[in-house]
Design a protein around this ligand. Structure first.
Ligand code: ATP
Ligand code: MG
Length: 569
């Protein structure tokens, strides 16, 4: 990346060779080459009416990524023009999430509400130019007058009010003289335009509502179309990047920029929004999941929100990697959720420290191991990263293995523990099962083994081989924990494709496993750090952990087993 923060030209805009190229970056590159702008300025403009999701992450990586690649800057702007849906909680969560993703807006934190006075002045400017009027039609009537894709609209009877009358009414709207919905301000463009967005769009509405930032200072609010481009212009945004559904709004965006005395001329570019299989990505739907208590909250580890993924243990770098791999295009498509999971798995395989934990414990006792002895064995923290070092794991006479790692009557291809068979305990010894203990219902409750003291560290001096290596946890030293395992939140590839998306909820998306046994080093696990439980999967400490109980979330399995289970069912 170019370290320069001074105006850029085509020589120093190449960023680094590995920087992604896409049609938007191509445009930026050309613009800088042609000297159209001294500096690239982008913005990420969330409406604070919910938490950010993985689709927003795509937009964040694009906007902040372009600023980084071209030595420009990216603003975080809260698009807070609808006080009835917006809350401080969301403003705080959004900032936390963007920061966690690894991006920094520096001093460039803005709110559309900071521009309310300026926007209001520009609305009066339009009125003065004969380009806006106060309309008394109701929302339904306005819709009826709008026409259709094939028929032109019809003029409102209030369209030809004089400038003075419009100014007077607009000022009285601001002063609070009218009820919600009694009047609106509309841009006066063309009721016969082929683009419905240009048929005298509403630009101000009356809303007697307390705003999280401006309190009761205002009872009229600009809508998205009127606020967005002008806010871009105030901030000297050069490339205003949004999703495809705003493509038809671009002529209105441009019309407003042309007809107002704005300080700069931003341009809007549209890209395809991210859709993911087995996932819903709309704040409205996510809000429903939260308010219907289908999930625990916005940061439930099954949610496709940034805070949900964080709690689930997804590394921020894996999400950035995903965003760069899916790229940016103008064609709407649905990405397989497995490709996100693959990025997570790849990142964790490289970076996660290894620990031992037994999820479904079966007790084992070594008959020939000294009763009161404990050994501290060396275990590697990460075979993919020498610098991660090693740790000590206590080993003693009694320990746990996974129930599934033993079969009394094993089929041919089962190579793990069975009566009479020898296996390796990771980092410890070779052990041979000599006895199976059962309860009254013939359930196996414990195994007895012998061990070979000469195999300490897990290798036999005589070179003999075993076919399996099992993980284990010393019984005396084990920490009891709860593990929460997750499946996709929806059973349908495209939730809601056949109607109500709530009908596609997976009733088994959460499985709680109690009495899991963890090696003692996990006592020091910290929230936000994901570790590999050897042979089991990736896990991270959940925030619900208390002094009484450790709780871990399963981040993801070691392999993609979803395709397999789907094929079976
Ligand atoms: P939703 O449709 O999920 O409710 P939104 O578009 O209303 O989201 P905003 O807060 O307005 O949410 O979005 C902020 C920015 O994020 C916008 O520029 C928007 O285009 C972008 N964005 C939202 N959803 C996606 C997505 N699925 N993929 C890519 N970008 C998205
Ligand atoms: Mg929106």
């Amino acid at each position: 990346m170019s370290p320069s923060n001074t105006p850029v030209n085509s020589e120093n805009t190449t960023a680094n060779d590995s920087a992604p190229r896409d049609f938007i970056r191509d445009i930026v590159y050309d613009d800088l080459g042609a000297g159209r702008y001294p500096l690239v300025v982008t913005r990420f403009p969330p409406e604070p009416n919910g938490y950010l999701h993985i689709g927003h992450a795509k937009s964040i990586c694009l906007n902040f990524g372009i600023a980084e690649d071209f030595s420009g800057r990216c603003h975080l702007r809260f698009d807070d023009t609808n006080p009835t849906k917006e809350e401080q909680e969301y403003i705080d969560a959004i900032q936390e999430d963007v920061r966690w993703l690894g991006f920094d807006w520096g001093e460039h934190l803005y709110y559309t509400s900071d521009y309310f006075e300026q926007l209001y002045d520009w609305a009066e400017h339009l009125i003065n130019q004969g380009l806006a009027y106060v309309d008394d039609l109701t929302a339904d009537e306005i819709r009826e007058h709008r026409g259709t894709l094939t028929e032109p609209g019809t003029n409102s009877p209030y369209r030809d009010r004089t400038v003075d009358e419009n100014l007077d009414l607009f000022r009285r709207m601001r002063a609070g003289e009218f009820e919600n919905g009694a009047k609106v301000l509309r841009a006066k463009i063309d009721m016969a335009s082929g683009n419905i967005n240009l048929r005298d769009p509403v630009i101000y509405r009356i809303m007697h509502a307390e705003h999280p930032r401006t309190g009761s200072a205002w009872c009229i609010y600009p809508n998205y179309d009127f606020a967005h481009g002008q806010s871009d212009a105030i901030e000297n945004i050069t490339h205003s990047i949004c999703t495809l559904e705003f493509e038809d709004h671009r002529p209105l965006y441009d019309w407003l920029i042309e007809n107002l005395p704005v300080p700069s001329e931003p341009h809007q570019y549209e890209f395809a929004r991210l859709n993911l299989t087995y996932t819903v990505l709309s704040k409205r739907h996510l809000m429903q999941l939260v308010s219907n208590e289908q999930v625990e909250g916005w940061d439930d580890p099954r949610m496709p929100t940034i805070s949900g993924y964080r709690r689930r243990g997804y590394p921020a770098a894996a999400i950035r990697d995903f965003a760069s791999r899916i790229g940016v295009s103008k064609a709407n498509a649905t990405v397989e959720v497995q490709s996100l999971e693959a990025c997570v798995r790849e990142n964790l395989n490289e970076n996660a420290e290894r620990r031992m934990a037994v999820l479904k414990p079966l007790k084992v006792m070594i008959k020939n191991y000294p009763e009161d002895q404990t050994e501290e064995l060396d275990a590697l923290n990460n075979p993919n990263d020498e610098t991660a070092g090693s740790r000590k794991v206590p080993f003693s006479r009694e320990f746990y293995i996974e129930r599934d790692d033993f079969m009394e009557d094993p089929p041919k291809k089962f190579f793990r523990l069975a009566p009479g068979r020898e296996v390796r305990l990771r980092y410890a010894y070779f052990v041979t099962c000599t006895e199976v203990i059962k309860d009254d219902n013939s359930q196996v409750t414990e195994l007895r083994c012998t061990y070979d003291p000469a195999t300490k560290g897990g290798n036999a001096p005589d070179g003999r081989k075993v076919k399996a290596t099992l993980h284990w946890v010393s019984a005396e030293h084990a920490i009891d924990a709860q593990i929460r395992e997750y499946e996709h939140l929806f059973t349908a590839e495209i939730p809601g494709a056949d109607g109500e998306f709530l009908n596609d909820i997976n009733p088994d998306s959460l499985t709680i496993v109690e009495n899991c046994k963890l090696e003692p080093a996990l006592q020091d696990a910290s929230e936000g750090e994901t570790v590999q439980f050897e042979r089991v999967g990736y896990f991270c400490l959940d925030k619900d952990t208390s002094t009484e109980k450790m709780i871990f979330n399963k981040t993801i399995g070691l392999r993609d087993t979803w395709a397999k289970t789907q094929a079976k069912s």
